[in-house]
Write a protein that binds this ligand. Structure first.
Ligand SMILES: N[C@@H](CCC(=O)N[C@@H](CS)C(=O)NCC(=O)O)C(=O)O
Length: 201
């Protein structure tokens, strides 16, 4: 399998954490690919119409886009339990949805500053995205209170989202109002899969 990836991408990190937890990371060849919302990467776009990472090319020639779908594919192929069955499934999937939504807002806020020309930047846009992040952190603070040491696609997604805030929004101080979430993240970050996928770039 080939994974088109960037070491800075939190969505790629989610896929890699899943791969490490499933014990299949060594079966994935990493192909560095700089995705950009304006300067389209033609190599990625030839596989994935959105031109985004992560994009996975499987050994049978199938292309799988979107971290959620790639994680589910890996979990199925390697007989994992990261997408639980029964009612826990919806807890995990909703948690993943919150974490990925937080990341969508974080990327939009970041692109506003690093991609959009200065004269076109809109402070209210950035503020709107940051407000989404704060509201999502408030929800995750309550949800993670009951997560304990749970490992599934939901907790993995939250770990990668919080890691991205530390990586790209170091001045944001999200821990100040979310002490429970911060304590959970401190424990979760000790996992080997998280240590092996610390973002760079
Ligand atoms: N829903 C997608 C989002 C992927 C995404 O936004 N990736 C970013 C990098 S972190 C990207 O490729 N950005 C370039 C673009 O949006 O054109 C997923 O979960 O994989």
């Amino acid at each position: 399998m080939q994974l088109y990836y960037s070491a800075a991408s939190p969505f790629v990190r989610k896929v890699l954490v899943v791969a490490h937890e499933l014990g299949c990371a060594d079966k994935i060849e990493l192909i560095s690919a700089a995705a950009h919302p304006v300067n389209t990467n033609s190599v990625i776009a030839a596989l994935n119409p959105l031109g985004q990472v992560p994009t996975l090319a499987t050994d049978t020639g199938r292309v799988i886009c979107d971290s959620r779908v790639i994680c589910e594919y890996l979990n199925t192929q390697f007989h994992g339990t990261l997408l639980p069955i029964g009612s826990e499934r919806w807890t995990a999937l909703v948690m993943q949805s919150h974490a990925d939504g937080l990341l969508d807002a974080a990327l939009l806020a970041r692109y506003e500053r690093v991609v959009r020309p200065v004269e076109l930047q809109w402070d209210d846009w950035e503020a709107g995205q940051m407000a989404k992040i704060v509201r999502t952190l408030d929800v995750l603070e309550l949800e993670l209170e009951f997560a304990g040491e749970r490992l599934d696609i939901g907790t993995i997604a939250v770990g990668c989202a919080l890691g991205y805030l530390d990586f790209r929004f170091a001045d944001f101080n999200w821990r100040d109002e979310h002490a429970g979430l911060a304590a959970w993240f401190e424990r979760f970050s000790q996992r080997a899969s998280m240590q092996q996928t610390v973002p760079k770039g």
